[in-house]
Design a protein around this ligand. Structure first.
Ligand code: AP5
Length: 221
């Protein structure tokens, strides 16, 4: 694997810790982070046609239709910074049809990371999450308390309620097996029910091995 063009997919249930770990991965490996949730939230904020179409689906915790998402991701993956530095794709594909759409373009990762956290822990992670709109940093009221000087400006995502999290979780479980089917030979499962530092140590071990040209499945035992 050409270390400067590493291609990593990260998947997992809502609030499994994908965004948290992506920040660590980007800092260490300099990949371009493509978070489809963040791209969509930007579109909604800008009230673009794609954002207007996506908003209701996101508010309900359902998948935004492919006609909005697929081209958005394909376009981003084709941009110069991504081509030069490699990519970290977070939140895509989320269905068989989304996987199929990039398979057709010959787009495959070097490794597919699946972050596993038991369902019963995810609601607490969701409702306690807060985001700093200035830095993009993700905090948790209990698990990663924000520093005092930023507390007043933190925001909570509108889909971060218990009810909406249940729908998002349901959507995830309905689709995950189909997605995994496309990446079985590249998939490494990561135990997301550990400290953030331990989760990242596991992920680093996998990425280092992949960069060294090892088979992802043998990278982490
Ligand atoms: P998206 O933004 O991707 O949301 P998600 O998948 O539900 O994931 P989250 O961002 O909620 O969680 P995360 O895993 O990043 O967790 P985090 O690190 O923040 O998607 C949102 C919506 O957009 C979807 O519902 C859908 O409508 C739409 N969408 C997106 N992609 C789409 C696609 N491909 N197709 C169609 N529609 C799409 O961590 C969560 C909290 O836990 C934080 O507070 C954090 O501090 C804490 N935490 C993290 N790790 C740990 C740990 N190890 N221990 C304790 N606490 C931890």
């Amino acid at each position: 694997v050409n270390a400067s063009q590493l291609r990593v997919m990260i998947s997992g249930a809502p609030a499994a810790g994908k965004g948290t770990q992506c920040a660590n991965i980007v800092e260490k490996y300099n990949l371009v982070h493509i978070s489809v949730g963040d791209l969509l939230r930007d579109e909604v904020k800008n009230a673009s046609p794609a954002g207007k179409r996506a908003k209701d689906f996101m508010d309900r915790g359902e998948l935004v239709p492919d006609e909005v998402v697929v081209d958005m991701v394909k376009t981003r993956l084709a941009q110069g910074d991504v081509q030069r530095s490699g990519w970290l794709l977070d939140g895509y594909p989320r269905s068989a049809s989304q996987a199929e759409a990039i398979e057709k373009e010959g787009i495959r990762p070097d490794v597919f990371l699946l972050v596993n956290v038991p369902d019963e822990l995810l609601i607490e992670r969701v409702v306690g999450r807060r985001m700093d709109p200035v830095t993009g940093n993700i905090y948790h009221l209990k698990f990663k308390p924000p520093p005092h000087d930023v507390v007043d400006r933190l925001i909570q995502r509108s889909d971060d309620t218990e009810d909406k999290c249940k729908v998002r979780l349901d959507t995830y479980h309905k689709n995950v097996d189909a997605v995994i089917g496309y990446y079985k030979n590249l998939m490494v499962e990561i135990d997301g029910n550990q400290s953030m530092e331990k989760v990242f140590a596991n992920i680093s071990q996998v990425i280092d091995a992949v960069k060294a040209g090892k088979d992802p499945l043998e990278a982490f035992c």
